[in-house]
Design a protein around this ligand. Structure first.
Ligand code: HEC
Ligand code: HEC
Length: 437
């Protein structure tokens, strides 16, 4: 038995060395690269998935890529995940949402304990409709400014979004819960998908100092037809990468798949239900497999400036690493190159109470308004360069990494306060460290 395990360990180590999951790239394509060492057949699947991710869907009937809408937000995945990176919020109410969406619901829960759909609008405001189908309306975002003064006297400008709805297509909204969210970075997710449930449950149970807790979200797995631990989305509100991809195709673009066979129309939206459809499924099973392969094998940019030792030590000392865990080990995976690997995503994939300042007041399964999944920080230092803007946190409110940290509250309050109390030079060292990830 021992020898067998030893042999397996060696084989896994060899497989890992043969398929590195980080890429030594700090250019504008650094979020878009495949794992190293993929076979020709795997590369073909990766690139097919990539072109589906980058494509603009069109109204049916058409030769290919057909089935857009009837209701939708954007024409393609890439609109909200530019270069596999993050979206940006609008600068103000005069600008449309380009890479952001607003989740909505009414108080209460659905049959699986998830957000209760608004009877006329569902769980997401689809701003656009194909000809003949009115869009659901427009979410206008305005910024409310405030200031935080740090221990050394430096004043930092902060902002939080406020949403107003105009041009509503299907009657008044009434009492609703809303959650504006920008598109997330999407690299490295195959590895996060491959972390065992038991690992996350173990993290949740472990005792942590500073009042840090963290728990798993339990959500509906649409493909599996059961409840499962959530890990994707800002509140860990989706359980698997495949559910996430098919759910995005359906909810954001209006594309049906084997996982989400129905068009995204509410029963009262007649024009939507009667509109021409691209047949079923609009995203074929093979397309979905290729998209899932692509997303699962998007590599992570390797850390760059290894000279950030001081910041590294501060990251632990301030308590950041209690949630932004440096090391995770993946479990089994149907893709052997994702299995049993030690990775450094700087997340525990748990949801944490982050305080009132970050609350959206909209529960998502077990996650309350102020609970959010620890954001993975790998690759974060390249965000501004690759996406041409910063825009951190779930709604992109933070324009700098410092602002992002200063919004931390709740379980992260102690950590945030220690950061705010640092001398400028040590704050800089910590930020330089984040920039090196
Ligand atoms: C209108 C903007 C928009 C479009 C279009 C869009 N997304 Fe997203 N995407 C988001 C937002 C916002 C989130 C966070 C969702 C949440 O928290 O529920 C997200 C989350 C994700 C995640 C999870 C990332 C993580 O770390 O958990 C994946 C994967 C993803 N999207 C893939 C896709 C794919 C594939 C498509 C196209 C089929 C797509 N998205 C289209 C906005 C968009
Ligand atoms: C209690 C857990 C916890 C602690 C402690 C914590 N964080 Fe976070 N962090 C989170 C969560 C949860 C989010 C996502 C919040 C959101 O999207 O609104 C986040 C988001 C961030 C972001 C923005 C990431 C992005 O992609 O937008 C940065 C940067 C960050 N944290 C850095 C830090 C640093 C530095 C420290 C230590 C000073 C720290 N965090 C301590 C839980 C924590």
């Amino acid at each position: 038995m021992r020898t067998l395990l030893a042999v397996l360990a060696v084989l896994w180590a060899q497989a890992a060395a043969a398929t590195p999951y980080t890429v030594p790239d700090s250019g504008r394509e650094a979020y878009s690269r495949p794992f190293g060492g993929l076979t020709d057949a795997q590369m073909e699947s990766f690139y097919r998935g990539r072109s589906l991710f980058n494509q603009n869907w069109v109204i049916a009937p058409a030769k290919e890529g057909q089935g857009l809408g009837p209701l939708y937000n954007r024409l393609g995945c890439v609109s909200c995940h530019p270069r596999e990176g993050r979206g940006a919020p609008p600068d103000g109410p005069e600008m449309r949402m380009q890479s952001m969406l607003v989740r909505i619901s009414i108080p209460g829960v659905d049959a699986h304990g998830g957000p209760k759909p608004h009877p006329a609008y569902g769980t997401q405001l689809n701003e656009e409709g194909i000809p003949g189908v009115p869009g659901e309306g427009r979410a206008m975002l305005s910024w409310v400014e405030s200031f935080v003064t740090l221990a050394d006297g430096e004043k930092i400008a902060m902002r939080r979004p406020e949403i107003n709805f105009v041009d509503l297509g299907y009657g008044p909204l009434g009492e609703i819960l809303i959650s504006p969210r920008v598109g997330q970075q999407v690299y490295g997710l195959g590895l996060l998908d491959a972390v065992d449930d038991s690992t996350l449950e173990h993290f949740a149970k472990a005792r942590k100092p500073d009042g840090v807790r963290g728990r798993v979200n339990r959500v509906w797995d649409q493909e599996g037809g059961r409840m499962a631990i959530g890990r994707f989305g800002y509140k860990a509100n989706v359980p698997t990468l495949r559910d996430q991809i098919a759910g995005a195709a359906n909810g954001d673009i209006g594309i049906t798949s084997v996982i989400f066979p129905q068009e995204n129309c509410m029963p009262s939206q007649r024009a939507c239900l009667d509109a021409p459809s691209g047949g079923y499924p609009e995203l074929s099973a093979k397309d979905l497999d290729d998209m899932a392969f692509h997303m699962a094998h998007l590599a992570v940019p390797g850390p760059r400036n290894t000279d950030a030792k001081r910041g590294d030590a501060l990251f632990s000392k301030l308590g950041c690493a209690l949630c932004h865990r440096r090391n995770l080990v993946t479990g089994n995976s149907k893709f052997p190159e994702l299995a049993h690997r030690t990775i450094h995503p700087y997340t525990d994939l748990l949801i944490h109470d982050m305080g009132n300042g970050l609350s959206d007041g909209r529960p998502d399964y077990l996650a309350g308004g102020s609970e959010w999944r620890t954001a993975p920080l790998w690759g974060i230092g390249l965000a501004a360069k690759i996406n041409g803007h910063a825009g951190y946190l779930h709604d992109g409110r933070a324009r700098t990494l410092s602002e992002a940290v200063l919004w931390h509250g709740g379980e992260a309050r102690r950590s945030r306060d220690r950061f705010a109390a640092l001398p400028a030079e040590e704050r800089r060292a910590l930020i330089d460290y984040l920039d090196s990830l």
